[in-house]
Design a protein around this ligand. Structure first.
Ligand code: ADP
Ligand code: MG
Length: 678
């Protein structure tokens, strides 16, 4: 079997399955082998219901003792079944699986596996897996890969296909010669691939992931290098030089820029008036005030007669930037435009023509800005916010849109300078290492369930002061996207209920999740920023960039399921104004390691420190799931965890360059290559 053979070459994969694979972007054997598990689970022996512990993933062997109840909550179908063993009863719920209503019959025994929680006085599993006993014992005591799936294909199907493609794995030829592998302690490619799908133990998995990380970094560096060579030195066509206006703009801001912001502004202005095109990264922790730096650049471009564009990773953030920039520019005769994917075709057409004929000078938007249909007039500056959410290619694509505009990219990823130089090899860097004056440090606490009542009381106290609250629920592990939605909607209902019961008050609560339509999301966020909503229950869609200085509390549910860096990003949503803000990390587990890890956040509000500590404390099995979220650039590589591999890749590239690199792109042979992440 060859790597470029179609997926149907694999035993058991027919035409029907292959269309499902296609939905996952898997067309040939190579695609399949490079489709790595999202995480792993182990199936432990079942325990007695009486011994279940909330917050754990556990298994019970129990007999169904109720008929399935079907409820409707906010448009979701919930199937509820009760099951018991000699020691107690457990409640089992499934979301949007109406077919399950006729699946379970009283008296049948199953093994149920899932995340245990304690709700309304009862042990509960949401969306448990269910097995007959003999099937279950086949799974126990081995790591099982869990793949991201779409309806119509299961993790099992993928696992089986990989197994049946093992002859292809055996034939993989490593493009990295043995000598280099042993120098950098890299295991062989084929073995790494096999191990990632079927790990035997933690140690082996670790080496396998390291090897893949190396390849991702290597391919990244090689491609970065190519880009750099293509764009060695570009003559500045958009000389943006208007100090007087800029000084006036800065003087009339409602706050004084920090020294670090001033330095970044100066770097930017120096570049834009120089004889070469700007390629600059502005790096600064959450809340350090990067937006205003971009605003100044955009303003400068506009007054000098150029168009300026700012691209945000989400629609919500684009709308927020649009409002903020409109406010900043309202006393100047500068016109702004907004372009996002959810606009109607007519609205888009209108905006395209206003952009093309130069009617709008500052354009804010999402990926919609890089569509082929968009033509700019006199493009002078391109800003990408939250750079880590975009690939280099997207950034480039925007820059290619007209002449050779200056580019400014902004990132909150706290990355040590030495690594930044490798990662952002094609950029100059300005660091904003100072928070605006007058910020009151966030007060943090890490608590467990027993603190819930107190936490709710605290939240209510802040709400009664007119302040606002974020509550973040994690993505539910395992399978369907819908769980996520169910999770926040159900949570919101329960919270509303609890508040009414305890405080007799009704508080305006809303929920927000990624599956909502953009207009709906925007409406909720604008209600929230106008103070019409007191408590916003949300998934991590709020992670990136949302700014509401009146929000003083953030409570993160099941904080243990997040990486520290992500929690730090999340917490950046509060403490953005002059009000004392608080962050409550609610942990579903209370073992020492979990508490110790989360307590890093309580000790410091500094993103660099946290990224460093996170790295030190990563335990076995922390390869996925608790990776630095936000770093979507690499599938396996984690610039913190694998910083040694990043350096190794840089080293190998410096020494051997394209000699090895050629092996990377040689498709159709039995060399496996890592898709460049650019
Ligand atoms: P981030 O760097 O996370 O993108 P923002 O640019 O959104 O941060 O800024 C966070 C908040 O701080 C905003 O409300 C912004 O208006 C405010 N801000 C920015 N710079 C200053 C400053 N120098 N002094 C006071 N407030 C500032
Ligand atoms: Mg920002």
């Amino acid at each position: 079997m060859r790597l470029d053979d179609p997926i149907t070459t694999i035993k058991g994969v027919g035409d029907k399955t292959s269309t499902m694979f296609a939905r996952l972007g898997i067309y040939n054997v190579q695609d399949l082998l490079m489709y790595f598990p999202r995480t792993y689970v182990t199936y432990e022996d079942p325990v007695d219901i009486a011994d279940l512990q909330a917050g754990n993933r556990q298994a019970v062997r129990a007999v169904v003792n109720s008929r399935a109840e079907v409820k409707k909550v906010r448009g979701l179908t919930i199937v509820v079944v009760y099951a018991k063993d000699y020691s107690g009863t457990i409640k089992l719920t499934w979301f949007n699986c109406p077919f399950l209503r006729n699946y379970f019959h009283i008296g049948q025994e199953f093994v149920f596996v899932g995340d245990v929680s304690y709700k309304n006085g009862m042990m509960t599993m949401s969306h448990p897996e269910y097995y007959i006993d003999t099937k279950y014992s086949e799974l126990t005591n081995r790591w099982q890969p869990v793949y991201a799936v779409t309806p119509g294909i299961t993790s099992k199907t993928i696992q089986k296909a990989v197994k049946n493609a093992s002859s292809a794995i055996d034939s993989i030829v490593d493009y990295i010669p043995e000598s280099i592998r042993s120098e950098y302690d890299l295991i062989e490619m084929g073995r790494a691939v096999y191990t990632i799908h079927f790990p035997v133990d933690d140690q082996q998995l670790r080496s396998a992931v390291k090897r893949m990380a190396f390849d991702e970094f290597y391919s990244f560096i090689a491609n970065m290098h190519r880009i750099k060579e293509e764009a060695v030195y570009v003559q500045n066509e958009a000389v943006i030089d208007c100090d007087e206006d800029v000084r006036h703009f800065i003087d009339s801001l409602r706050f004084k820029l920090t020294n670090a912001q001033m330095n970044a502004v100066r770097d930017m202005l120096d570049d834009m008036r120089s004889d070469h095109v700007m390629n600059r990264l502005v790096q600064g922790d959450v809340g350090s005030g990067k937006t205003i730096v971009a605003a100044i650049g955009l303003y400068a471009a506009a007054v000098c007669g150029y168009q300026g564009v700012i691209m945000a990773p989400t629609e919500v953030l684009a709308v927020q930037h649009y409002k903020e920039l409109s406010e900043l520019c309202k006393t100047y005769s500068i016109s702004l435009g907004l372009l996002t994917g959810s606009m109607t075709a007519k609205e888009k057409r209108e905006m395209y023509s206003r952009i093309k004929n130069g009617e709008v000078q500052i354009i804010v938007g999402t990926h919609a800005l890089i569509q082929d249909k968009v033509e700019y007039s006199h493009l002078g500056l391109v800003v990408t916010d939250e750079q880590h959410r975009f690939g280099v290619r997207q950034r480039e694509k925007l820059a290619m849109k007209g002449g050779n505009p200056h580019t400014l990219v902004m990132s909150a990823t706290p990355i040590p300078r030495t690594l930044a130089i490798i990662m952002y090899g094609d950029l100059d860097i300005s660091v904003i290492d100072e928070l605006p004056a007058g910020r009151i440090p966030i007060k943090n606490c890490v608590v467990d369930e027993s603190y819930r009542k107190t936490a709710q009381g605290f939240i209510m106290k802040e709400v009664s002061k007119g302040h606002q609250v974020y509550i973040v629920c994690p993505m539910v592990e395992a399978s369907e996207v819908l769980d996520d939605v169910a999770n926040v909607t159900e949570y919101t209902d329960e919270l509303e209920h609890a508040i009414k019961e305890t405080y007799g008050a009704s508080v305006s609560i809303a929920c927000l999740h990624g599956k909502m339509k953009s207009e709906e999301k925007n409406a909720i966020l604008s209600d929230f920023s106008e103070g019409k909503i007191s408590i916003l229950v949300s998934t991590t869609v709020i992670e990136v960039g949302i700014n509401n200085p009146n929000a003083t509390v953030m409570m993160v549910e099941n904080a243990e399921r997040f990486g520290l860096a992500q929690l730090h990003q999340l917490r950046g949503r509060v403490g953005r104004g002059g009000l004392q803000s608080y962050c409550i990390f609610m942990s579903g587990k209370k073992d020492r390691d979990t508490m110790q890890r989360l307590n890093v956040l309580a000790k410091s509000n500094d993103g660099f420190y946290i990224a460093g500590e996170d790295l030190k404390m990563r335990g076995p099995g922390d390869f996925f799931g608790v990776r630095q979220s936000g770093e979507v650039m690499f599938k396996m590589g984690d610039i913190y965890n694998h910083s040694d591999m990043l350096r190794a890749a840089q080293d190998v590239y410096t020494k051997y360059g394209d000699k090895i690199c050629n092996g990377l792109s040689e498709n159709g042979s039995n060399r496996l290559y890592v898709t460049p992440v650019l």
